[in-house]
Design a protein. Sequence first.
Length: 232
Amino acid sequence: MSELEEREEPRLAVVLLSGGLDSMVTAALAQESGFAVQGLTVDYGQRHRRELNSAKRIARKLGLARQLEIALDLTAFGGSALTDQIDVPKGGPGNDIPVTYVPARNLVFLALTTACAEAAGARDVFIGVNALDYSGYPDCRPEFIASFAETARLGTKAGVEGTPFSIHAPLQNMTKADIARECARLGLDPSWSWSCYDPTDDGRACGLCDSCRLRKKGFAEAGIPDSTEYAA
């Protein structure tokens, strides 16, 4: 057998690639860990649709093994400022779960990503959730990720046949400043990603929604420039 034939192919991982900063850093970390990365992006009718183009750009810049985009119209349900005619709050994060929470979004998206992984023969799923500097969404917490991993084990052919999925959340316990530092360490350009919930008409990030505020705070605390153009 030749040396080429003996060389092992890298394991495949599927990354939920929203187009945001966290998902970009997560995809790069998966690659750094030695995985061949396939991205999955969900067009769910979000008002910040520029992130869909950012996901394509990130996939291209990182040279992902494959990038898939699927449509799942959550505007039919509404119930969120991101999928309904509800104003995006601009006053900064508070103590309550904000109206930008999309009902069960990460639960639905992780199920889709796991299904994509199973179909592709992958057993590793990456998601860029964060439970420190975040808006308080319940589906970003470590207990949710652990619970979903068990659900995936019980509810998939791979799981019941003894090859369960590993659900990786490498940013889980990082601050936004930590994530900004990882972005810089990995050689990523922040402008490839998009975080704003409510872009201005001229295509700039609003600078005032929770997501913009948390992102700006993280880069400022890390002392790293954010190449994103903000309106405020």
